[in-house]
Design a protein around this ligand. Structure first.
Ligand SMILES: O=P(O)(O)OC[C@H]1O[C@](O)(CO)[C@@H](O)[C@@H]1O
Length: 381
């Protein structure tokens, strides 16, 4: 039995606050970052108005992806946004945000990633430089420690998410894993096969993901890696193919181990051991249980698929009010192969926790599900 979907209608709830508090701040930042003319500025205001108090309106007839969105919006057009689920609403919001900035229309903003200035700032920040410098310690570590470090960096790299940093929930602190371990993650890998990594954010998180991919290839756990990213800008900092190149250049332009890793990843891209894909379903307002057959077939042939980040977690397990003790294996039974998820908790949904863990986290009186201070590793062989 599915649990009820998480919604955005209740004032003060997490989903409601994303729409009513976070999105206005995000739109202000976009206006400050770009010299948008009155048409774009008006379209952004209209989007805020529509999504916080209006009804769901269709995309323009001439939108390049009009047909696919006609299917994805079936049954929702003309209904109040407040009746939409959090997952559906947020995804359509970001699609409409791109349209409002002129991303799909002829003109100066066509194809311009409105979030690029934020992503670039993170990639060139002192914090990212420090993280890349810390990679110099890796070659001196024992194999098991190096494995653990690569996974820990990929998990906690998910804390650096630009949409989330706009949140009043963001605590900026780092507590432990609420479940799972690096050993559990690595135990999924046996014979070298094709590993798929469904990426989340660009910049620092993607750099950590490339370090993990390099570890998978250099230790022979993966013969090939498929890196899945978003086809278009999404959720502020989600990685697109352009971001993969930006991060790769940042690595190859760095001294020390970061540069070495960058060059190995570059070589693997050249010889086909790493492939980058950007399936349109990664920007769909749908759970992964509803993925199309071609994507399902790809995952079915993978030795292991790794899902990064909070949004991928919501789509994998279902963005629903599951009891937190619901077994992870039950909610991912739709997925056609071995799967691992590495995620910092930034929204309400969580499954697979022991009852004792839930009660002790609840007893601390913190917003542990949403403040980005806790993380998890979950696997299903
Ligand atoms: O980048 P991530 O880890 O997918 O996080 C994005 C998450 O942030 C949020 O905007 C809320 O914190 C969610 O809507 C989304 O799940």
């Amino acid at each position: 039995m599915d649990a009820p979907l998480i919604s955005i209608d209740e004032p003060g709830s997490f989903g409601w606050r994303v729409f009513h508090e976070r999105h206005p701040v995000m739109i202000e930042r976009l206006r400050a970052a770009h010299p948008f003319g009155p048409d774009v500025r008006d379209a952004l205001s209209a989007l805020l108005e529509e999504t916080t108090g209006g009804v769901v309106a269709a995309l323009d007839e001439d939108a390049p992806d009009h047909d696919v969105w006609t299917a994805w919006t079936a049954g929702q057009l003309g209904r109040p946004w407040s009746e939409m689920s959090f997952l559906w609403a947020e995804s359509y919001f970001f699609r409409k945000l791109l349209a409002a900035t002129g991303y799909f229309a002829p003109g100066p903003w066509r194809g311009v990633d409105p979030f690029a200035p934020m992503k670039r700032a993170e990639l060139s920040s002192a914090a990212t430089a420090e993280t890349l410098k810390a990679l110099d310690a890796l070659p001196g570590l024992a194999d098991a420690d190096r494995d653990a470090a690569a996974v820990a960096a990929a998990v906690w790299g998910n804390q650096a998410d630009l949409a989330f940093q706009l949140s009043t929930d963001a605590s900026g602190t780092t507590s432990g894993l609420v479940t799972g371990s690096p050993e559990e993650f690595w135990s999924l890998f046996a014979e070298p096969g094709e590993v798929h990594l469904v990426a989340d954010n660009a910049a620092g998180e993607l750099a950590a993901d490339l370090v993990l991919i390099d570890r998978l290839l250099t230790t022979g756990r993966a013969a090939h890696v498929v890196l899945h990213v978003k086809p278009t800008p999404y959720y502020v900092s989600d990685a697109t193919p352009t971001d993969v190149l930006e991060v790769l250049h940042r690595l190859t332009g760095s001294p020390g181990e970061a540069g070495e890793i960058g060059r190995r990843v570059e070589e693997a891209l050249r010889d086909g051991r790493i492939a980058v894909r950007a399936h349109r379903f990664f920007c769909a307002p749908k759970e992964f249980g509803e993925m199309p057959d071609d994507l399902r077939a790809e995952f079915a042939s993978a030795a292991v698929t790794i899902f990064k980040g909070d949004l991928n977690y919501r789509r994998l397990v279902g963005d629903r009010h599951w009891p937190a003790t619901t077994p992870f294996a039950d909610v991912v039974s739709h997925f056609p192969g071995p799967v691992a998820t590495l995620r910092v908790l930034k929204s309400e949904v969580v499954v697979g926790l022991p009852a004792a863990t839930v009660s002790s986290l609840d007893a601390e009186g913190q917003a542990w599900r949403t403040q980005g201070s806790h993380a998890l590793i979950q696997t299903r062989a």
